[in-house]
Design a protein around this ligand. Structure first.
Ligand SMILES: Cc1cc2nc3c(=O)[nH]c(=O)nc-3n(C[C@H](O)[C@H](O)[C@H](O)COP(=O)(O)O)c2cc1C
Length: 379
C-alpha cells in the first residue's frame, strides 16, 4: 500500500546489517525522524469544485524532460540490497521516464549502469582515491553520456551510524572467523538473500574507484570517505574535465546555496543526506524556503530527505522545489523485491501525487505554488 509497507518487506528479506544500513541515520537519528515529521507541519490549502482532468506530472530538470518530478537519489552499495542493484534500479527509473543518479560507491560499473537504462543518468562523485582516480572516473562518466555530475558536499567524514557498528560493520569486514562469528546469524536467517548474494559474486567492491591495484575494496570505504572531502576549491579542476552541468548536493543553508550558485552550480539539492551525516540539522523541507529566497531563481533547486509519500512531493513543489530525489523510498523497494519493488515504490509516489493534485484542484506540477500550502503553528 505505501512506502512503510515496502520498508517492512525489505526488513523481512534483508539481513539486519543491510536493512539497518538503509534505514538508519546518524547519532540519535533526530534529523532522520525530523525529515519525515516536518512534512506534517505543512497543511494543504486546496481549491475545490474545479474540473480535474488527469494532471500533467511532466517537467524538465536542467533541460532534460522527465515524466514526473521524482528522481532516484544516489544510494551507495545498492548491489548489497539486490543482485546488480544499481543496474536494476536504473532500468526501472528509465522505464518510468525519470533520472537515475549513480553513486561513486556503486557495486556495478558506471558503464553497465548507463547501458541498463533507456533514460538519463547523473553521476555522483566522491573523490575517493584522490584527484587522479576521480578524474579517470569523471572521464569515464563523460564518455558514456552521464548528463550531469553531482558533487555531494556534506560528507567531510562519514556520519556515525550507530546501528551499523552494533551490527558488526567493522568485524564483518575483517574476514576473520573469530571477530565475525557473533554477527553471522543475521545472514543465516535470510537464506534467500544469502543465496542471491553469493550468486551475484559475494561481497562487492567499488569498480568506479579504480586504484593502482584494482577496484577499491569494500572495507576501505570509511577511510576513503574521510580522505575524499569535496571542497569549493575542487570545482576548478573538476570543471576543466567535466564540461557538463554540476549539481551541488547537501546544501543546508542559504549561505551555501549562494556560494554554490556563485561557484557555477547548475542546480542544487537541499539535502541532509537523509539524516545520515550531521545529526541535529533541520529538516530539509524547513530549510527549503530559505534556500529558494537565497537563490532567487538563478538555478534550479531540488530537495531530498524524508520523502515517503506523493503528498510530500507536492509540498516540496509548492514551496519552490523543481523536483525531489528519493533515497530510502526506492531502496526499500529494491531490498524487498528488486525491480518489482522499485517499480512499486515509484508507482506509489506517482499515484499519490496524481491524487493529491486532483484533490488540490491543480492540473499540472507547474501550477503548484505557495498558495496551496501553509505552515501549521503548533504553539
Ligand atoms: C543507503 C543509503 C546510501 C546512500 N549513499 C549515498 C551516496 O553514496 N552518495 C550520496 O550522495 N548520497 C547517498 N545517500 C543519500 C541519498 O542520496 C539521499 O540524500 C537520501 O537518501 C535522501 O533521504 P531519504 O532516504 O529520506 O529519501 C544514501 C542514502 C541511503 C539511504
Amino acid at each position: 500500500m505505501n512506502v512503510e509497507d515496502l520498508r517492512q518487506a525489505a526488513q523481512r528479506r534483508l539481513p539486519r546489517s543491510v536493512f539497518d544500513y538503509i534505514d538508519g541515520g546518524a547519532d540519535g537519528e533526530v534529523t532522520l525522524r525530523e525529515n519525515v515529521r516536518a512534512f506534517d507541519d505543512i497543511a494543504f490549502r486546496p481549491r475545490c469544485a474545479v474540473e480535474t482532468p488527469p494532471p500533467d506530472l511532466r517537467t524538465t530538470v536542467l533541460g532534460t524532460p522527465i515524466a514526473m518530478p521524482i528522481i532516484l537519489a544516489p544510494v551507495g552499495s545498492s548491489r548489497m540490497f539486490w543482485p546488480r542493484g544499481e543496474e536494476v534500479a536504473a532500468a526501472v527509473a528509465g522505464a518510468t521516464g525519470t533520472i537515475y543518479c549513480l553513486s561513486t560507491l556503486s557495486g556495478c560499473r558506471l558503464e553497465d549502469v548507463k547501458k541498463s537504462t533507456p533514460g538519463p543518468a547523473w553521476y555522483q562523485l566522491y573523490l575517493c582515491g584522490g584527484r587522479e582516480v576521480a578524474s579517470a572516473t569523471v572521464q569515464r562518466a563523460r564518455d558514456v553520456g552521464y548528463a550531469a555530475l553531482i558533487l555531494t558536499i556534506d560528507t567531510a567524514v562519514a556520519g556515525l551510524r550507530e546501528r551499523d557498528l552494533r551490527n558488526g560493520a567493522k568485524e564483518l569486514l575483517t574476514r576473520r572467523v573469530g571477530p565475525m562469528l557473533p554477527y553471522v546469524g543475521q545472514f543465516l536467517s535470510r537464506p534467500q538473500w544469502l543465496m542471491q548474494f553469493f550468486r551475484d559474486g559475494g561481497l562487492m567492491n567499488f569498480p568506479n574507484v579504480m586504484l593502482a591495484d584494482g577496484p577499491m575494496p569494500y572495507a576501505d570505504v570509511g577511510l576513503a570517505l574521510e580522505q575524499s572531502t569535496v571542497t569549493w576549491k575542487d570545482l576548478g579542476w573538476i570543471r576543466e574535465i567535466w564540461k557538463g552541468p554540476i549539481v551541488i548536493k547537501g546544501v543546508h543553508t542559504g549561505e551555501d546555496a549562494r556560494r554554490a550558485v556563485d561557484e557555477g552550480a547548475a542546480a542544487i539539492v537541499v539535502s541532509n543526506h537523509g539524516g545520515r551525516q550531521l545529526d541535529g540539522v533541520r529538516a530539509t523541507i524547513q530549510v527549503l524556503p530559505e534556500v529558494i529566497d537565497a537563490v532567487a531563481g538563478r538555478v534550479e533547486v531540488l530537495l531530498d530527505s524524508g520523502i515517503r509519500r506523493g503528498g510530500d512531493v507536492a509540498k516540496a513543489l509548492c514551496l519552490g522545489a523543481r523536483g525531489v530525489l528519493v533515497g530510502r523510498a526506492y531502496a526499500y523497494g529494491l531490498g524487498a523485491a528488486g525491480a518489482a519493488g522499485v517499480t512499486r515504490a515509484i508507482d506509489i509516489l506517482k499515484s499519490d501525487l496524481i491524487r493529491t493534485m486532483k484533490l488540490l484542484g491543480v492540473r499540472s506540477v507547474a501550477e503548484l505554488n505557495r498558495s496551496y500550502v501553509e505552515m501549521i503553528d503548533r504553539r
